[in-house]
Design a protein around this ligand. Structure first.
Ligand code: SF4
Length: 268
């Protein structure tokens, strides 16, 4: 049976889909977003990073220490963790969310864990960046109750510049999943001046209005956690410090989609 590499498991998660969920974070991502909030999840293999944690109170950095991100697990190891909270999934209409990184970078392992979840009767969600072969989506889509599908930018030139790859596969897979009638919650990370611009949101609205079956949208306010991690890991922050959107700004962006009939949530 396939083994996998995960770098975190979050229990009692309430922002990764409906109800109370357990979220498993898989290592490896095919994208290179400039604002990545999980830089420790990008490489496929476990990695040791020299970290500088801040001292409580003073905010100053402590001595550097080595920390390893990512560990090999079997399907049964992960299922043991997942089963610990089974009672909460039932009571809250929650379940399991697979996130990362990009879980589809570990297809055999993902497929095996999804099968095990279905055999236990758990609801499953896949948080995906969409950049994966269409055949891989075909392979697992029957085991996924809904997709948390990240859509960042429509302008392909800007997508390549800020994310490192073309968005054509991402858009094609979104169309394919929507045509097959899968439940999709579209997640738009709002990066100040990059993805949260009027022009980009207008482009996204135009694109989703041209496809079927996307009715739910989560607008994800800019998360400064990524900046903190870059400081802690001693990595370069290319974008510099950015400001999270105000509530009024978020409401305005949400209103734009709501006025066209979409169900919009601010946050995960
Ligand atoms: S898709 Fe997510 S994990 Fe991958 S580079 Fe972008 S922000 Fe990071």
């Amino acid at each position: 049976m396939a083994n996998g590499i995960i770098f975190d498991i979050k229990r009692y998660a309430i922002h990764d889909g409906p109800g109370i969920r357990t979220t498993a974070f898989f290592k490896g991502c095919p994208l290179d977003c400039r604002w990545c909030h999980n830089p420790e999840g990008k490489k496929c293999e476990p990695e040791t990073i020299i970290v500088r944690n801040r001292r409580k109170g003073s905010g100053k950095y402590k001595k550097r220490e080595k920390e390893t991100f990512g560990r090999m697990v079997t399907v049964e190891d992960l299922m043991t963790e997942i089963r610990k909270d089974a009672i909460f999934y039932d009571q809250s209409c929650g379940g399991i969310t697979f996130s990362g990184g990009e879980p589809m970078m570990q297809m055999d392992f993902l497929n095996a864990v999804l099968r095990a979840c279905k055999s236990d009767g758990f609801s499953t969600a896949l948080d995906t960046c969409g950049h994966a072969p269409p055949d891989d989506f075909e392979r697992i889509s029957g085991l996924v109750d809904f997709f948390l599908y990240d859509l960042k930018m429509i302008d392909d030139g800007r997508h390549m510049k800020c994310i490192g790859v073309s968005n054509s596969l991402i858009l094609d897979n979104l169309v394919m999943l929507s045509e097959k009638g899968h439940r999709i919650i579209l997640r738009i990370p709002l990066i100040p001046g990059i993805t949260d611009t009027d022009a980009n949101l207008a482009d996204i609205l135009k694109f989703i209005e041209s496809i079927k079956n996307v009715n739910e949208i989560s607008l994800l306010p800019y998360n400064k956690l990524g900046e903190d991690k870059l400081g802690k890991f001693g990595m370069k922050n290319i974008l510099g410090p950015l400001q999270t959107q105000t509530r009024a700004e978020l409401d305005l962006k949400a209103a734009r989609f709501r006025s066209r009939g979409y169900k919009v949530q601010i946050g995960g």
